[in-house]
Design a binder for this molecule. Sequence first.
Ligand code: NDP
Length: 308
Amino acid sequence: MSIAVIAPGRDRSKWIAYFERADPSINVEIWPDIQEPEKVQCALVWKHPIGELLKYPNLKFIACMGAGVDHIIQDPKLPKGVPITKVVDDQLSKDMSIYVIQGILNNQRRFVDHLHARERGEWLNSHRYPEKMNIGILGLGVLGQDVASKLVTLGFDAFGFSQTKKEVIGVSCFWGKDQMAEFLNSINVLVCMLPLVDQTRGFLNKDLFARLNKGTYLINVARGEHLVDEDLIAAIDEGQISGALLDVFHEEPLPKDHPFWSREEIMITPHNASVTDPKSVARQIVDNYHRIETAEPFKFVIDREKGY
Ligand code: NDP
């Protein structure tokens, strides 16, 4: 029996070493050189080729290499009934929280403006900065709750929005369509941490921006497809959105001629807000793999109906 690592274009060699460390008795095969497909019980995947997972008749679970499973769910030829797991990892949450908090602080203290001012040899008089920053976390899941809690510890007012009711100490939690307006009215920084599903594609659009307080700052660390790019540019031109920090894009790397590159108000990072640590994730997958023998329920299974 074996684990197959199916992640085209990614450095897969280190996964073998980490699985070896976690449990040397496990046989690991690396796509596309999989010798015995009928022995594969777990497929560890990142952006696998469409239909590839149908080739493994004894698959017991599909393990996503990251927290966002959209690239798996989007495969129309996914084997039916096979559970899908995602990564839930303290380090992944911590890295994401640090990224978001750094983005908020950069914006609050205008570090980027100071960098540009330095290039011009200009002493930028900006002793005043917004005292009140109300941070709205759109998508109060594993990662969103961690950021929100850490923001509270730092003394920010944190607000969260989710589909279903959540309780996070110190965070004002809103849920469901009826509470959306109150959530949007309460904040002046919006952080998108939604999963990518049909209902959330294009969620960050002109209608949503119009409902925000004027000058709201946007951070998108979820997926590029959540954002309607031209609506963001228009909202910045109108002053409705003051600027944005974007880590994810429709096309990655972001094409050289994309209008975002020419906008000083938009900060761009190369989808590195939080990157899976193979060492700790290999342990988590091995733990689930052993559950096949003991018939215990897998950990971190997503809801295939909901898509996250
Ligand atoms: P979770 O599945 O744990 O949480 C998702 C949250 O979004 C839940 O609170 C859910 O609400 C809420 N939600 C879902 N649909 C809606 C909706 N239509 N309206 C409002 N809220 C909604 O996800 P994670 O926190 O683990 O990850 C979030 C995303 O972060 C991933 O999907 C991935 O795309 C992205 N990511 C980005 C990384 C990067 O480096 N940039 C790294 C890792 C992840 P409820 O629980 O009530 O259903």
